[in-house]
Each structure stands twice: as C-alpha cells, then as structure tokens.
Design a protein around this ligand. Sequence first.
Ligand SMILES: [Fe+2]
Length: 372
Amino acid sequence: MALTTTDFQRLSHELDQGLALPTAWYTDQGIAELERRYIFRRSWQYVGRTEQVAQAGDYFTAQVGDIPVVIVRSAEGIQGLVNVCRHRRHEVMSGAGNRRSLQCPYHAWTYELDGRLRTAPRSERELSFCKEDYPLLRVQVATWGRWIFANPDPDAPPLTEILGELPAILASSGMDLDQLRFWRRDDWVSHANWKILIENFLECYHCPVQHPAFSAVIDVRPDAYRLEAYRWFSSQTGSVRDTISGQAPPYDAQGDVQQAQFHFLWPNFTISVNPGRPNLSLDVWLPDGPTRTRGFSEHYFGPDVPADWAEEMIAFNAQVGDEDDELTSSVQRGIDCGLPDQGRFLANSEHLCIHFQKLVLSAVARSAILCS
Ligand SMILES: [Fe+2]
C-alpha cells in the first residue's frame, strides 16, 4: 500500500473532525507492514522484569514487535540481543534460565553474554572468517523501575523522554511500585486489529453499557471520570463509588487505593490499577497480522494482599477483559465489511482514541515523507 503526503494530510484533517481511520487501517496487510516498520521497529516496548535477570547469565526470551530478542545479564549489565543466530538464523535461545554463554542449538555457534561470537565450530578451516564480524545484533534496553523495555531503533529517543510524567502520575496513586509483588503472567489472543483493542482501552464511554460490575465500583459518569492525553501516553482516572448499590459488589474495593488508573504508553503498553488493596496489571498488545492481536497480562499485588483477594481481582479483570473481547471482535467483523468506511469518535468522551490515532498516523506518515 502506497500512501502519499496528501493522503496523510487528508486523514489528519479528518481525525480533527472526529472521523476515524478508514477500513484499510484495520484489515490491510500493507498497512500492517507499514506499522511493523515505522511503529514497532522504532518504539520502546515492555519485555520483562529486572528480577528475571538478577544474576550474571540469567536470561529470558521475548518479542519486540516481530523481532525475537533475548534479554541477558552480562558482567556489564542488562543486554538486549536479537535472538537470531548470525550463521543460518536459527533462534539462539528459548525460554528462560541461566547460562555462561548463549549457544545456538542448530550448529553450536556460541556467543558471549554480551553477544560477541566466541566459537563457531569448523570456522578455523575457513580462509577468511573473522569472529568479530558476527556478534548477535543488538536492541536498546532501558528500565523504568523493575520494568525492562527494548527498542530496535539505535537512534530512538531515550525511554525517559517517552515516559514523561507517567512515572510521577503512577507514583501519586500512593502505591509503592517497588514493593509490589509479581503474581503471574497470562498470555492471550484476540481476534481484532491491535488498534481496535487499544482504542477500546482508551475510552470508558462503553463502561456503563457493557461493564456493569466495573461501573458499580468505579464512578464512570462523564463529569467524574477524567481522560487526559499527554505527548506519548494518556491517563484515565476514576474514583471508587461511595456506595455500591443495586447489586452485590464484584470484589471488596475497600483499601488504600481509592482511585482507578488506566494508563496507555505508546505504542502498546497499558497499566491498570483498580480501587481497593494495592494492585496493578499491565498488558502488552502485539499485532499478529491485520486482524489478530496477541499479548500478555502481568498481575502485581502489594505484599500484604491475601491470595484470595488477588485471585478475586484477577477474575474481575478477566471478566472485564472478556466483555471487551466480545466488543472488539464485533468491531473487527463490522470493519471487515467496509461499510461504513470510517467511524465517528465523540471528541468529549473519546479524545484519547483520537490522540492515539494521531500518533499512529504521524508514525506511519514517515513512510510517505521518506518515499516522496
Ligand atoms: Fe471496556
């Protein structure tokens, strides 16, 4: 798909009018390819936690967009390496563990923990083979507290620039993030374009209609629920309701955390905090073709949170997630038919969706500028 500078100017103007990106942005392989190249190869993406690489030799594998990576601790610190052998391009490492070196299982090419090629069997028989020419390729890594992010773009702005005020806003929730305990990670798949899922996360206009239990706990009325866009992230905050009326509460929302917070960090990372005891869940949303998304959720809780409350919260989040999944799959089916070609956002309730689409558009617009 070729998009011209004129196309981007028209789409940008239409976003200002509340019109959404057209059908092709949710169905077309060519657009998905532009997003792969201009969004996911150039942005900071969450991969895992520092405690997974606490000791030298600790490693875990992850995905940055479509790139398999291995995150490993060498003597010099945390390294981000493309998990593809320089020889025949087999994946070098799988899963997680602790090793003195990184060895590809195909022909046993062996790399140092910092990615330098240590040995390549039979390479000494070659006339002109220089091991220095074949280190594992690198991705940038940076941390926000215990969270490790990776970026394939060596020229990307630092993670701190993308995070902006987000760490301060999250810290203002009163939770000590360093004290949170990792509970578990759940992988998931969804049958909708990744942007449909993010756009659903970015508004609570549908909450009173589609999330009755959620809306019984959190005040989702338009004048009480706040949505704020920043440069590279956006935040939604809502207060716990004084009284939960009409139905049994979905979970016990008593606790130090009085405010719900839902943060989105460009391009595919979200954080959810619900009222009650200290809790946080994060999600990573990865495109898997134009009409499928796969990702994972990680759940964290305060050190004193009982296991039954934690499981109740995970179940509550899963219920909201299932309700959302029904919605986003239906949206994908609606968009697939192409009629109408564009949806219409409400600027007062869905401006975070517009903000997100502008980020998508401006990232992909680089392709037209570079090609013109
Ligand atoms: Fe929802």
